[in-house]
Write a protein that binds this ligand. Structure first.
Ligand code: ADP
Ligand code: SF4
Length: 680
């Protein structure tokens, strides 16, 4: 290890417990929660194995009246929930790490869709997330009950084996934070009015928890010290500062960040490493207790600097620990170049938002540790001396070649372009996406260490070439091409005028073929591409209008917590936006649209249109090779990534990894992973 980094491996005392080092996996959701406790325990265990000194749960509901359905979080409603969480605490302890648990009472954020309980809030107010209905104003008896429930949950958490027990007042997701907020708390009793009164409930939770478990467990507070709402909310120079000052020595640990979740987990498109320092930096000056903070730290220098400058004592990480569960160990072993750095895309967050098991663009094993038995650092060795030809060096081909190489196979990876990386090489050059290059860089770095993987850039192959070179195991990863005819989710036949010279695709723009003048982007893709191309065109001096059949710009980016950031940025940049509009016809200089609800027609005068619609898989020679395989000329043939079915980069990486793991395995009709079924 580089001795400079030894500071990161110093133990840190947190109340009655000691963290073995400064690497702290803060709470993060994962879509597995109470429904997949074994999968969850194994995912967390691997983080501890990889050197994280503290490994925390996600939000854990303390009571059925704090039910976060449809999201799948942790549950500690009653004693029956203890064994599932015990699995995780035990798993984390196997490697000497501490286990932390974030107890939460969601208030009006918990719509109680599963339990059908009445939600509770400081005042009668609408439920979060556009849910119909309101939460009931808490009375004194409710507050007494709540304190009792939190205390009982803390005792259960202790029984389950947790070392650090949280009082959660972060992200605008927890009642303890709702009490703090002027805009939610209009009470005239001792829990409302002055900041001291609004802090009373959080203070009581901390004291109750300490009294219940403080002798053996550390009691932590997770607090949002700024909401980026100015005077409407908590700010780090205002009430955020004053709350920490009031409670400074009360908890054993301060875990501080910004709110809401979309600000805390801002994507790389909007925020850089260490972006929270200016908000949380004041906390250490007010308390002698250890402080943990996050900021998508992936580089040891930035981590070290944050500790040395007195910003934090412990490096908090959710996404960096998802992308690389072995990040601490790699620093310890002096293998910095092996760190698989998070690209800040929030595909991981999308899984929680969609209530499916967590996944990660960079780490295809994330969420598959238990159900498929995948480990991020180990892969079963090769079965035979078979040699494999992988055609196409995008994320799918690169990951497939890397993982096959790690298994010990002889691999040849051919790529038509002079540069590897496929769509990632092109997309990472678009505004705000530079960190996505890490998908390529890490894989090329790993492959560079392998003698058994040969790279051939600048080698466009045909089906005949492939048969001529004599490889009998072929994996096709030739990607996809954006459609140029307007066919997409909302359009099943080519749009009139699509063959005019004023029609462009994302591939055209990424190849440097940029139109001029007033450009209409028609976005029927609904993720990042339409908005990123809008930014690109603005940079080139174009006037930009964006039309989409969806009710919001970049609709799917809601799940990656980016939608509002994206739409705001476009609006602030002067992009004119039309939602719920279908593309009807393209003519030189004008484009006809129709309202997707009423069919009312409108026209936009534009010099060019960019169609961000469906993609076509580049699978022609996969189809050609299929017949060669049928004739016995190939032993195995597989198509992966976008060439199989265009999707996210995360899906391409996963597809490449899966193909490498399944190489020379006998396919079965059975479900290829374990399921945690309810016992009958
Ligand atoms: P994926 O996301 O599935 O990895 P990409 O489009 O990112 O797909 O990458 C596919 C890569 O395959 C591109 O870099 C492309 O240049 C390359 N490719 C496509 N056709 C051929 C071919 N015939 N021979 C070699 N490489 C090819
Ligand atoms: Fe980072 Fe993206 Fe992986 Fe999340 S999915 S950990 S943001 S690389």
């Amino acid at each position: 290890m580089d001795e400079r980094f030894s500071i990161l491996f110093e133990p840190v005392k947190i109340g009655p417990v000691v963290a073995p080092n400064r690497f702290y996996q803060v709470s993060h959701c994962n879509g597995m929660g109470y429904r997949m406790p074994r999968a969850l325990a194994e995912m967390r265990r691997i983080k501890a194995e990889g050197g994280w000194g503290v490994v925390c749960t996600e939000e854990v509901e303390i009571h059925h009246s704090s039910d976060l359905a449809p999201n799948i979080e942790g549950r500690l409603w009653d004693d029956e929930d203890i064994p599932a969480l015990e699995l995780m605490a035990d798993a984390v302890h196997q490697h000497g790490a501490l286990a932390g648990i974030e107890l939460t009472y969601g208030g009006h954020h918990a719509a109680n869709l599963f339990s059908r309980s009445t939600s509770l809030a400081p005042r009668s107010m609408g439920l979060d997330g556009f849910n119909p209905g309101q939460a009931r104003r808490l009375d004194k008896e409710d507050i007494r009950n709540l304190r009792r429930w939190h205390r009982a949950a803390a005792l259960r958490a202790k029984q389950a084996g947790f070392d650090i027990i949280y009082c959660y007042a972060g992200h605008n997701l927890a009642l303890a934070m709702h009490f703090l907020l002027k805009r939610y708390n209009n009470r005239s009793d001792e829990y409302g009015g002055s900041l001291e009164n609004r802090t009373r409930f959080l203070r009581e939770l901390i004291l109750d928890t300490k009294e219940a478990v403080g002798g053996t467990c550390a009691v932590a507070v997770r607090l949002a010290v700024d909401e980026l709402l100015g005077d409407e909310g908590i700010t780090h120079q205002g009430e955020g500062h004053d709350i920490v000052a009031m409670l400074a020595e009360l908890p054993d640990l301060w875990d501080v960040n910004i709110s809401a979740w979309e600000n805390d987990s801002a994507t790389a498109r909007f925020k850089r490493e260490g972006f929270q320092e200016k908000y949380i930096g004041f906390v250490k000056s007010l308390t002698s207790k250890p402080v943990v903070g996050v900021g998508r730290y992936t580089t040891p220098d930035a981590m070290l600097s944050a500790v040395q400058r007195g910003i934090v004592d412990l490096i908090g990480a959710a996404r960096p620990s998802i992308a690389d569960p072995f990040l601490p160990q790699k620093i310890k072993e002096g293998r910095i170049e092996d760190i698989r750095e998070c690209i800040g895309c929030n595909i991981c967050a999308s899984a929680d938002e969609l209530s499916v098991p967590i996944r990660c663009t960079q780490n295809p094993t994330m969420g598959e540790e238990w159900r498929r038995g995948w480990h991020p650092e180990h892969i079963p060795p090769k079965k035979t001396t078979a040699e494999v030809l992988v055609v196409g060096g995008g994320p799918a081909g690169l990951e497939c070649a890397r993982a096959l190489g790690a298994r010990g196979y002889q691999v040849v990876l051919v790529e038509a372009r002079r540069e590897f990386g496929g769509r990632v090489a092109l997309e990472s050059a678009l505004p705000g996406l530079i960190e996505w290059r890490r998908v390529i860089d890490w894989r090329l770095g790993q492959i560079g260490k392998m003698d058994n993987v040969s790279l051939y850039p600048g080698s466009p192959m045909t089906a005949e070439d492939i048969l001529d070179v004599g490889y009998t195991h072929v994996i096709i990863a030739t990607g996809a091409t954006w459609r140029d005819d307007g066919v997409g989710r909302h359009q099943w036949k080519p749009v009139k005028g699509h063959d005019l010279p004023c029609v462009f695709t994302p591939d055209d723009l990424m190849a440097g073929n940029i139109p001029e003048g007033h450009i209409l982007i028609y976005d029927d893709d609904h993720y990042y591409m339409g908005s990123v191309l809008a930014e690109l065109l603005l940079q080139h001096g174009c006037q930009v209008t964006l039309a989409t059949p969806a009710p919001l710009v970049a609709c799917w980016a809601e799940y990656t917590l980016e939608q509002e950031h994206i739409q705001r940025k476009l609006m602030e940049s002067g992009v004119e936006i039309f939602t719920q509009r279908l593309l009807k016809e393209i003519q030189p200089g004008k484009i006809a649209l129709a309202c997707s609800i009423s069919d009312q027609r409108s026209q936009i005068d534009a010099d060019a249109v960019v169609l961000v619609t469906d993609r076509l898989p580049n699978d022609e020679f996969y189809q050609a090779l299929k017949s060669a395989q049928a004739e016995g000329k190939l032993e195995s043939l597989r198509v992966i990534g976008d060439a199989e079915a265009p999707n996210t980069i995360a899906r391409a990486v996963f597809s490449g990894h899966l193909a490498a793991r399944e190489f020379e395995e006998t396919p079965s009709d059975g479900t290829p992973f374990r399921i945690e079924r309810v016992e009958i």
